[in-house]
Each structure stands twice: as C-alpha cells, then as structure tokens.
Design a protein around this ligand. Structure first.
Ligand SMILES: [Zn+2]
Length: 459
C-alpha cells in the first residue's frame, strides 16, 4: 500500500512540473510539497544519491553550497542540488524528485543540499548525509529560532551518528554539535584586526560549556567568533585541521593550511564572512580528496545575489541585503560598510513590506543589532524609510548618531529625494528579504535621480 502511495505521489509531483511551466508558476517547491501531502513519508521511499553533502548553519549556507557545487561540477561530477529551490523538506523533496527516474530510483551519485537548521529533524532521518558542514550558529529571528543553543540541540538530535562533520572551530556554538560524531574543524588564524573583548551587543558564548566560568578569548573577531579558553577548567576552542592565515582583504589573498601542507589562494570577496565561507568550502573539498588545483579551477566567484554595486551619475550605488530580524547579519553588513573607504550616504529600508503592525519582533531585533557602526564620520547622511523609519531613527539616536545626519520619510519613493547625491559619494541601500521587488524599484528610482542630478552638475 505504501509503495502505491509513494508512486502516486512521485508521478503526481513529476506531472506537476510541466503543468507549472505551462501556467508559468515557479516549480522550485511545489512538486515536493505535493508529494509530501500525498505521501507523508515520501522522503523515506524516494531514491537518494549515494553521497549526500548537507550544508547548514545560520549564515552562509547558500554561498558555501554554491561554491562546493561549482567545484564538483567543474571537475565533472553531476551534482543534484537545491540551488534553485527552498532548503526545507519540500525543497529537498523537489530536488530528489527531479533527480529520480519514474520508479523513484536516484539517477545521480552525489547531492549537495542546503538544509534549513530547523527542518533537519524532518530531513536527516530519511535523507542521510555522509557529510554535514555547519557554517556557524548565531542568534536569528527570535520567533522562528529562539536561541542558537536550541538550534544546536536540534542539529545534535537530527544528524545521523555516522555523518562526518565539517565544523567552524571559531564558533563554539556549532563546534559542539553532535559531539559523538567524527569531525574536522576549519577556522581563520589570528588577524591584526582581532580584539580580546567583545565590542558587539550580542555575544552568545560568554561562559565555559564545561564549567560555566566566564570565558576568555585569545582573539575575538566579532560576536562570539574567535579562539576562546577557560581560565578556570582549561577548556579551549578546538584546534584547526584546516585553516587560513595571512588573510589580506585588500590584496585579496590568503594561505590555506591543512594536514598535508599549505597553498596560497585568491580571496573571492573582501568580507571576512565570505572568507569563512570560502575556507569552509575548501576544507570540505579537501576532505573529499580534491587537489588545490582542482578546487581553484572551480572556485571562480561568489554569486553576489545579496550585494551589487554600480556607478550611476556621479555616485556609486550599492545594494546590500541586511536580513531583517537577523540582527547579526545586519551588524555584519553595517560593520563591513563602516570600514569601506570614502564618504557614504545610507538608505535604510529593512523590513518595509509585510511589516505586520503589533508584531513586536519587527522592532526587537533593532536592539540586538550594532547600529553603533553607523556612528562614523565618513557616514554623512542616513535616510530612514518604510514602516519602521521612526524606529530606525530612534535606534540611530541611541547609537549616538548626530541628529542632523538623520532624515525620515515613510514613503520609500519620496525618501529617495532626501539623499544628498554628493558627487563622489557611495550610496548604500540596505534592504530585507521581505521586500525584494520593492527594493529593486526603489533602487531604479535612486539610480535615475543620481543620473539626473549629474546631468545638472555638468550643465
Ligand atoms: Zn571551564
């Protein structure tokens, strides 16, 4: 009976793909959703590739899975992946359906799946990964994720005992996941910009996981990321198996070390966050047996879906995604921008759309996020817009930003007229995942105004 139900689910899902194309619907999630509705244990029955690599963690999982896929494909491996779809159970199911024959047998040997942390309990019991890479665990949307230790517990419960883990030694929250499993650690060695006391509002790893005494840091990069030790019981961050040293974000270079020597790499990005993503991907690929030459041939670019820059008139216009309700991703974006050279004008339009009234989470994350990075002499002006414009203004004032730098207009389009458009400035537009379509329209309006003003300057 269950076999019949499985086949019915598989065929209905497979038939839905051309139907979705005809009706011009995006079929990245629906076939899996349909299959799981018809056959709740669909993931148990569908054929799975022999080698499954799962990539999970709060930030960077899309980037890391894309990098790993790029290198595998460049080296001739046909990889099943959920790049185009979602990272929850239905997204993984959709991908498995596309990679299975009409009787449900897997056609591919290797899969790379980006997996949402909370969905792992629904996925890993059936789709058993050989490797699980965890990028990091940070505080995320409180309503969805509660606390990172809660997410770490979910992963410990869900990850199969025989999966090999690839973990971030600089993040003690994810480094402690599934302690019984075989594991290797990656990290980034001490950098000149590191500190020893946390300067961020959030540090979710303040006490020793063994004896609860306050932890000390040999070096601390941001939040709880760094090398920690406990002066009371001798607990220490794990040693690196694979690590980067000499990270040069200006010259875009690093040295990658492993058990069998070192090798120079070009950096794909100048943000430390992406250096971690690159180091994580290289560590996993070295584990899989690829040579540095093979890895470098496939590591060509980080697809910058969340960052784009263009010259418009006499300014540079940069779109930077700052995931709303994820204080940490937003803090990283603010930190990064405050260290970019030159005079800046900022346009804050995080969670503009879908901003439900009386939903307290829409403001509480503002007080976990380091708006203090925006109190910088090079930041000449900050335009606040959208439903939360006044909340941003209040938060900026608390961060010590001078009042005369802050201007507000709740309407995103008329707010574009408040920017200075001073020739030579960079305009940074921060937007959230909820308001993509609106963000692109507002971006076009800023670009158009910048070009008009530049015409006037020439005249
Ligand atoms: Zn201790």
């Amino acid at each position: 009976m269950s076999k019949i139900r499985f086949l019915a689910a598989l065929w209905a899902a497979k038939l839905s793909v051309p139907a979705l194309k005809i009706t011009r619907h995006n079929g990245t999630n629906f076939p899996g959703e349909l299959a799981l509705k018809i056959c709740p244990d669909f993931l148990k029955h569908i054929g799975k590739p022999e080698r499954i690599i799962a990539v999970t963690g709060t930030n960077g999982k899309t980037t890391v899975s894309n990098l790993v896929c790029d290198v595998l494909e460049k080296n001739g491996v046909k990889v099943l992946n959920n790049r185009a779809g979602s990272n929850i159970a239905s997204g993984v199911a959709t991908s498995l359906i596309s990679g299975a024959g009409i009787f449900g047998r897997a056609k591919r040997h290797t899969a790379v799946f980006e997996v949402d942390e909370r969905s792992s309990l629904k996925i890993y019991p059936f789709v058993k990964p050989k490797y699980v890479l965890i990028t990091n665990l940070f505080r995320d949307s409180i309503m969805r994720n509660a606390h990172p230790a809660y997410i770490a517990d979910i992963l410990t419960q869900a990850i199969p005992r025989d999966a090999k883990l690839v973990l971030n030694a600089d993040d003690l929250i994810s480094a402690g996941v599934a302690p019984e499993n075989e594991r290797i650690y990656f990290g980034i060695d001490k950098m000149p910009t590191d500190v020893t006391e946390c300067i961020n509002l959030i540090n979710d790893m303040r006490i020793c996981p063994k004896c609860s005494a306050p932890l000390k840091y040999e070096y601390l990069r941001y939040h709880h990321i760094g090398k920690a030790y406990c002066p009371s019981c001798g607990f220490r961050s794990p040693e690196y198996d694979y690590w980067a040293s000499g990270v040069d974000t200006k010259g875009l270079a690093m040295t990658f070390h492993g058990p069998d020597g070192e090798c120079g790499y070009d950096l794909l990005s100048d943000s430390i966050f992406n250096v971690y993503n690159q180091v994580a991907a290289v560590a996993l690929l070295r584990c899989l047996g690829y040579s540095h030459e093979q890895i470098k041939a496939g590591l060509t670019a980080i697809v910058a879906s969340r960052y784009s820059a263009a010259h418009e008139g006499e300014i540079e216009l940069i779109m930077h995604m700052a995931k709303e309700k994820n204080a940490l991703a937003c803090s990283r974006a603010f930190d990064y921008v405050s260290h970019r050279p030159g005079r800046k004008e900022l346009f804050l339009m995080m969670n503009c759309l879908g901003d439900v009234k009386h939903w307290s989470e829409n403001t509480c994350w503002l007080y976990d996020c380091d708006f203090e990075f925006l109190n910088d002499p090079e930041i000449a002006q900050i335009v606040c817009t959208g439903a939360r414009a006044l909340d941003y203004r209040f938060r900026l004032l608390l961060a010590g930003v001078p009042e005369d730098k802050i201007v507000c207009d709740g309407d995103e389009f008329s707010a574009t007229q408040l920017l200075d458009y001073t020739p030579g400035d960079s305009i940074y537009m921060f937007y959230g995942t909820d308001s993509l379509a609106l963000a692109y329209r507002v971006r076009d309006k800023i670009a158009q105004t910048a070009r008009e003003r530049s015409g006037k300057n020439e005249a």
